[in-house]
Design a protein around this ligand. Structure first.
Ligand code: CTP
Ligand code: MG
Length: 228
């Protein structure tokens, strides 16, 4: 049995506002997506890497994959309109022997070897696992009128990241049910939660940022230097 990671990389990076998709922007001398793929290429816990991308990026990606020797990457899969559609397309293309699947954003280049291994182990044991960090800020719920309704108890709150890791049958069931119910969600865990499975939390690192807006690139350069 084998472990696969799906890397959705079909976004436009609207909030970054760059001329190219942010996954292809350079960070410490190489494209962000290369940093990300290299972590899974290096990991003994990962057998294959399936990337969902827009068709117009296929040629660029193939050049990158060959040029950086990323041998675990399987044939590219077409992305969809939403992240959820990109992941669904990749799920349909997984190796038949796969039993554990991770989903990891192309734009989280600072994922550690330790966290990848812990997520895989937790998914194997518990069926579903998500990487998260404890909320640093106090978080309040407000109404549409902009007035605070209540203060949430921070000791129970987590900021969720990727990877999120699952037994393949669990994620496939969750995606099938979301499709038939017409449900959209911003992370994979939400789809699994709604079929009655509670993922376990693997405590990760604050370094595992998602490169979303221009400030994240500045922080990313600092983090890349620290690990170089
Ligand atoms: N993604 C994807 N398919 C989509 C949308 C997003 O594969 N239709 C991927 C992105 O490429 C990224 C990950 O999902 O690796 C997380 O999404 P996000 O940070 O929102 O990236 P973008 O959608 O590119 O950015 P924005 O929302 O600012 O446009
Ligand atoms: Mg997006």
């Amino acid at each position: 049995m084998s472990t696969s990671v799906i890397i959705p990389a079909a976004g436009f990076g609207e909030r970054m506002g760059a001329a190219i998709g942010k996954q292809f922007l350079s960070l410490a001398g190489k494209p962000i997506i290369v940093h990300t793929i290299e972590q899974f290429q290096r990991s003994a816990a990962i057998d294959e890497i399936v990337i969902a991308a827009r068709e117009e990026s296929f040629a660029t990606l193939r050049t990158i994959i060959d040029g950086f020797g990323l041998t675990k990457v399987r044939p590219l899969v077409k992305g969809g309109v939403r992240r959820q559609d990109s992941v669904a397309n990749a799920l349909a293309a997984l190796d038949t022997g796969c039993d554990i699947v991770l989903v990891h954003d192309a734009v989280r280049p600072f994922i550690s070897q330790e966290t990848i291994a812990q997520a895989v182990d937790a998914a194997r044991f518990f069926g579903a696992a998500i990487v998260a960090v404890r909320a640093k800020d106090t978080i309040k719920q407000a109404g549409t009128d902009g007035r605070v309704e209540r203060t949430l108890d921070r000791s129970f709150l987590w900021n969720v990241q990727t990877p999120q890791a699952f037994q393949l049958s669990v994620l496939r069931d969750a995606y099938a049910r979301a499709a038939s119910d017409g449900v959209a969600a911003t992370d994979d865990s939400s789809l699994v939660e709604r079929i009655g499975i509670a993922p376990v939390i693997v405590e990760g690192s604050y370094d595992n940022i998602k490169i979303t807006t221009p400030e994240d690139l500045l922080l990313g350069e600092l983090l890349a230097k620290q690990y170089a």
